[in-house]
Ligand binder design. Structure first.
Ligand code: IVH
Length: 717
């Protein structure tokens, strides 16, 4: 331990930074010995002294707060302490817009979807977007039964005991509240409470939080509700989940009603009748931002009429009837110390800026993305100059921007501060991990490693993706562990492919080194790791597909594809048999048509899927994996009891009561599949005025044809 023992006030910033770095490493090591191995090497008092010293330096040099600081580890409670709760209705997120024009586009898209003429009135609410944590409070027979965090939107954590300690959340609702209601809103901490308490925390327990939001999160995750009680948490109600009866006819009225039940509601909520009024509200709230006692990061607009919200419905993650107008991102100036190249799972080389640490909007930033080599050279995606053509060089003074949870980026440089002798950055044409050529394909901004299967960086990234939270979600396999297993010399302890993860437990028996004796593991963590792995031997099909890491198949597309084929066998058969169009005029075969007929799936995604299954080594990897893991069949989505559930419907000709998009969304909500063309698989054709060839085809094939009114009658709406 080579630390100075100077008083904190006497430290120079340089010494403080060095000591914080040393403390972060040291405390992490003690944590590991204590939790991972149950074998601490220092006394509790010595350990506390280290944490206190760390907090004291951080309090004196807040700009040096490290991302890996021990004070930033959220709560003592690892995930898994709280029971899981499945939300009766998913907790969605919001789309973001950034400019007045975006707001105009949002309103136009709502009108288009509803086929709502421009002269007809359409009101929106506008209210601050609170920077806290969303929470769902379930009341049954007017008593609070469950409080759950958002989690992944479908399943959250049960934090009821902690929520009950928040004084301003009612335990009981008045008589006029429905039998079942889930009140949703934001748990947050006021800025003044945060500042006062953070100072006390630094002294008392050696932990400080970067901002009120993190503090609120840490407070909610306390194992002991009494610890939560000591934290001044608050709650704004602004939405709801399941309700046994409608709350009101409009958003505004519904929220007022929540207010009458005793919830705090935001008094900056207003109703706006036009884009101009919405933008005006946004400016007014922005102007008040600094003087509000709590943090906000934008303004949320919601269609006021609840019947229209119902018609607009949802996309995969967010409602069509709401959007968040974010405030401009925060910026700061710092120095670019170096540029590293990261290799992703698809081989893309991404330049990452290593920065002199700087605080941007309350968070310390040390890394930022530089996007790609053109970006560094001052060339935009369209081939045109950006930053007036200025390139970015190591040593430059740079402007960093951080917007919400997005990875920080370098916006520009200060040309006057460029040090003499700074050289233009030369982007490598070889992969830094495997030495293979890195090439740029025609029209692509990204340079990719051509090493494919031999590139260790790609393999490691594929495994990291495979185990990540929204994919297979295997806990205990972080970056370090994956690299450890990947590089291990003993084959019994190697993980080189996803399937290897699942055979590790059986294989390690034949190893001379016992995993639990390996530095960094220990009996407890090994047991936990194997339990976490075994827990994921059955996962939903959409997760499994996403985990495979096929290009262009992110979570949303994985869900779309999984929900269409429902089982892995059907999906694989469909993708393996699909034949892409060979040149103009060739529509591809029926399997290809089926694939590109899935809502939201275009030819680029379809091609990536087909190519994946065409590769022998991918098929082998999948086969090996299927010996270990069983993807569970996807449940058909939508209302399975509706009269059109499971049917394939084609809309053709003009529609008068709704837009084409709304028709499609409605059919899908009712469990039907919507196809673009008529075939033998079509069950129903809804034809409006002016229908032509599709109507004729349907008649020829003897498929049932109805008009728009009959459609509404049939689905009972
Ligand atoms: S409405 C279905 N209103 O923002 C949409 N959300 O980025 C329900 N948030 O997860 C959300 N203030 O945690 C809504 N006034 C507000 C909000 C708000 C903050 C959060 C919420 C949500 C996130 C989406």
């Amino acid at each position: 331990m080579s630390r100075t023992t100077k008083a904190v006030e006497e430290l120079t910033p340089q010494e403080a930074a060095e000591e914080l770095a040393a403390l972060a490493g040291e405390i992490a090591e003690h944590d590991r010995r204590y939790h991972g191995e149950d074998a601490p090497t220092i006394s509790d008092a010595e350990y506390d002294a280290l944490r206190l010293r760390n907090a004291a330096i951080e309090a004196a040099f807040p700009e040096l707060l490290r991302a890996d600081s021990p004070s930033q580890a959220v709560g003592a409670a690892p995930s898994g302490v709280f029971a899981q709760v499945r939300h009766a209705k998913p907790m969605l997120s919001l789309d973001n817009v950034f400019s007045d024009d975006d707001v105009r586009d949002f309103v136009a898209s709502v009108r288009r979807f509803l086929a709502w003429p421009s002269e007809q009135e359409l009101a929106f609410t506008a209210e601050p977007k609170i920077d806290g944590l969303s929470m769902s409070l379930r009341y049954e027979q007017r008593r609070l039964t469950t409080a759950a965090t958002r989690g992944d939107g479908t399943t959250g954590e049960n934090v009821t005991a902690n929520i009950r300690t928040i004084a301003e959340i009612p335990d009981e609702l008045p008589k006029d509240a429905p039998d079942i209601v889930e009140v949703r809103g934001e748990v947050y901490m006021r800025r003044d409470d945060f500042l006062a308490l953070n100072e006390r925390m630094a002294v008392e327990i050696g932990r400080v939080f970067a901002n009120p939001r993190n503090f609120a999160a840490g407070s909610l995750r306390q194992k002991d509700p009494e610890a939560t009680r000591a934290r001044p948490l608050r709650f704004f109600a602004y939405a709801w989940g399941e309700t046994s009866e409608a709350l009101a006819e409009t958003q505004y009225e519904a929220v007022q009603r929540l207010g009458r039940w005793g919830f705090r509601i935001n008094d900056h909520m207003a109703i706006c009748g036009s884009v101009d009024e919405m933008v005006e509200r946004y400016r007014a709230i922005e102007a008040e931002r600094a003087s509000l006692p709590y943090d906000i990061d934008g303004v949320v607009y919601k269609v006021d009429r609840l019947d229209l919200q119902e018609r607009l419905g949802f996309r995969s993650r967010s409602p069509r009837w709401a959007t968040a107008h974010k405030f401009a991102a925060e910026k700061a100036t710092t120095i670019l110390r170096g540029i590293d190249i990261q290799v992703g799972r698809t081989g893309a080389l991404t330049p990452v800026a290593r920065l002199e640490p700087v605080t941007v909007g309350g968070v310390v930033v040390t890394n930022a993305t530089l996007h790609n080599e053109d970006y560094i050279r001052g060339i935009g995606n369209d081939g045109q100059p950006i930053r007036e053509g200025r390139d970015i060089r190591v040593g430059d003074t740079v402007i960093v921007q951080r917007a919400g949870d997005v990875i920080p980026q370098i916006l520009d440089i200060d040309p006057e501060k460029r040090p003499a002798g700074a050289e233009a950055y030369v982007f490598p044409d070889r992969c830094p991990a495997c030495g293979s050529h890195a090439v740029r394909e025609e029209g692509e901004a990204v340079r990719r490693c051509t090493g494919g299967l031999i590139c260790p960086a790609q393999a490691v990234e594929r495994i990291r993706h495979f185990v990540s939270r929204n994919a297979m979600d295997i806990e205990g396999l972080g970056e370090k562990q994956i690299e450890f297993f990947f590089n291990h010399e003993d084959p019994a302890l190697q993980i080189r492919s996803p399937a290897d993860i699942f055979t590790l437990k059986d294989r390690q028996g034949s190893s001379l080194t016992k995993l639990e004796n390996v530095d960094g593991f220990g009996a407890v963590s090994v047991r936990k790791l194997f339990a976490a792995i075994d827990d994921r031997r059955s996962v939903p099909l959409s997760r499994f597909l996403f985990a495979l890491g096929i290009r262009h198949i992110g979570e949303t597309n994985a869900k779309r594809i999984a929900r269409h084929y429902l089982s892995f066998d059907a999906l694989r058969a469909g993708a393996s048999e699909a034949m892409m169009p060979q040149g103009k005029g060739d529509p591809g075969n029926a399997q290809w048509q089926e694939l590109v007929g899935i809502n939201g799936i275009g030819s680029v995604v379809a091609e990536a899927l087909v190519e994946f299954f065409a590769e022998e080594h991918n098929r082998q990897a999948v086969d090996a994996l299927l010996k270990e893991v069983t993807p569970s069949d996807e449940e058909p989505v939508g209302d399975v009891s509706s009269p059109v559930a499971g049917k394939t419907v084609v809309f053709t000709g003009g529609l008068e009561r709704m837009s084409r998009d709304e028709a499609k969304a409605m059919a899908e909500r009712l469990g039907a599949k919507v196809a673009g063309s008529v075939s033998k698989k079509t069950d129903l054709v809804v034809a409006g005025p002016g229908a032509g060839s599709k109507l004729k085809q349907a008649t020829d094939l003897g498929i049932e044809v109805i008009d728009e009114d009959a459609w509404f009658e049939r689905v009972g709406q």
